[in-house]
Design a protein around this ligand. Structure first.
Ligand code: NAG
Ligand code: NAG
Ligand code: NAG
Ligand code: NAG
Length: 450
């Protein structure tokens, strides 16, 4: 009886069950080569990134997959047996060797192809060759596949998409190797409605770019796909479909642009918080061999990572009012809340958020008293009642954890306090920047990360 109840609650919370391959029970974390290197990759660039993820300490915070994007193979075609060939000028030691090197660092490795006749950069792709290609990647000990959507041979209806992406799911399963399956079909054909039993994650929008909130014609607000999409454009598109994600299958809001200079620290914090809270995969794209201390501190903030990897439910948007958005995550027992207030406008704002906005209609919770911890600064305000006064800088975010000090009865079915990824790792985890300096990773109680 107990188990049935618990299952019922989990099913209600997540709504869907993702691909049943045991992977991505929490949103995957890692790094992808495209946004820094595009086609200019080789074994040095990939291995240097892997070493940087280890040496900087990012590995201790869950950043795990090192994903090789487009342009890794011989462009002119396959070998005489029909196999893809790693470009020997870029990967002179071959892909199995590279995978061994990455694994020896304690990391995992990913590869790339397209559900089409050619990849987006015009390299041989996998449509109709799914089993052959999956077997090759498995023989190289690949752990992850990013599977793009270019050159789809006209199979772009919903049926065509399902067929193309299912073929690779089945081919990966047939290898017997656990390979995380990251579908990259840019949100076309409402992938969030059918992606969960097929992939471990699915891109739900056009490509992100290094831009917080500037509209761009290539990425209309109304259409799912496109390119040059800003952080806030993607966030707004994700808002109605957040509930489609769950363990094993996540909405992918695209690679993070944290660490790119076009975004201010406030913008990067807002972006990182929301990707974590919506439980998008957290895939870095910046040059991890040259990152600043500010970038590292943002990406390793334990409080924020916990919104993604801990037991909090997926964030939902309560409202948008002009430049202000209010989002919330609940704890599994619905006793605690994470409240996020974003300010996408050009001016800093002092705001009073009444509890009726947060707990709308729930008189017991509206009347309760809370200790509130702002998660970027760790500033605690005790015994807050009725409303909270906050300052949210332009393009910034305020993230408050509301812990009731009185009154709220929890339902003790899936009682769980927010989990840390691993207590052992946590005790030792430090980060260091490119100068080799080391520091405690835990958020310091002094103000923010600026
Ligand atoms: C890889 O590319 C980098 C940057 O373009 C270059 O410096 C390096 O020599 C290349 N290494 C190999 C093995 O091709
Ligand atoms: C590395 O960290 C040290 C110590 O916190 C700091 O003084 C230095 O500016 C940082 N370097 C970079 C490149 O961020
Ligand atoms: C917010 O309030 C503080 C003090 O209460 C004041 O110093 C500051 O100028 C206000 N900021 C804005 C943007 O109104
Ligand atoms: C709330 O803060 C008060 C004052 O610091 C403290 O005594 C109390 O234990 C806190 N309650 C919770 C639930 O954190």
């Amino acid at each position: 009886m107990y188990e049935i109840l618990a299952f019922g609650v989990l099913a209600l919370v997540y709504g869907v069950t993702g691909l049943d391959n045991g992977l991505a029970q929490k949103p995957q974390m890692g790094w992808n080569s495209w946004n820094t290197f595009a086609c200019n990759i080789n074994e040095t660039t990939i291995l240097s990134a892997a070493h940087a993820i280890k040496n900087s300490g990012l590995i201790n915070f869950g950043y795990e997959y090192v994903v090789i994007d487009d342009c890794w193979s011989v462009k002119s075609g396959r070998d005489s047996k029909g196999n893809l060939v790693a470009d020997p000028s870029k990967f002179p030691h071959g892909m199995k060797w590279l995978a061994d090197q990455v694994h020896a660092l304690g990391l995992k490795i990913g590869i790339y192809s397209s559900a089409g006749t050619l990849t987006c950069a015009g390299y041989p792709a996998s449509l109709g060759r799914e089993e052959r290609d999956a077997a090759l990647w498995a023989s190289w000990d690949m752990d992850y596949l990013k599977y793009d959507n270019c050159n789809d041979a006209g199979q772009n209806s919903q049926q065509g998409n399902i067929k193309r992406y299912t073929a690779m799911r089945d081919a990966l399963a047939k290898t017997g190797r656990p390979i995380l399956y990251s579908m990259c079909n840019w949100g076309v054909a409402d992938v969030w409605n059918w992606g969960a039993p097929i992939g471990n994650s699915w891109r739900m929008s056009g490509d992100i770019t290094n831009n917080f909130n500037t509209p761009f014609d290539g990425c209309p607000a109304s259409a799912a796909s496109g390119y040059g999409c800003s952080v806030i454009n993607i966030l707004n598109k994700a808002a109605p479909i957040v509930a489609k994600g769950g363990p094993g299958g996540w909405n992918d809001l695209d690679m993070m642009v944290v660490g790119f200079s076009n975004l201010t620290p406030d913008e990067q914090q807002t972006h990182f918080t929301m990707w974590a809270a919506i439980k998008s995969p957290l895939i870095m794209g910046h040059d991890v061999t040259k990152q600043t201390w500010t970038t590292l501190k943002i990406l390793t903030n334990r409080n924020i990572l916990d919104l993604s990897q801990g037991s909090w439910n997926i964030a939902t948007r309560t409202y948008t009012m002009g430049d202000v958005q209010l989002w919330q995550q609940t704890s599994p027992d619905n006793v605690e809340r994470i409240v996020m207030v974003l300010n996408t406008g050009a001016k800093d704002r002092n705001m009073t958020v009444p509890f009726s906005d947060i707990f709308g209609g729930d008189s017991e919770r509206e009347a309760a008293t809370y200790n509130v911890t702002e998660l970027w600064t760790n500033v605690v305000t005790d015994e807050v009642r009725a409303h909270i006064d906050i300052v949210v800088r332009s393009h910034g975010i305020w993230v408050g954890r509301f812990q009731p000090t009185s009154g709220i009865q929890h339902v003790d079915i899936v009682r769980a306090s927010p989990r840390r990824r691993s207590d052992e790792h946590q005790a030792e985890a430090t980060v260091s920047n490119s100068s080799g300096a080391e520091a405690e990773s835990e958020v310091e109680s002094e103000a923010g990360v600026e």
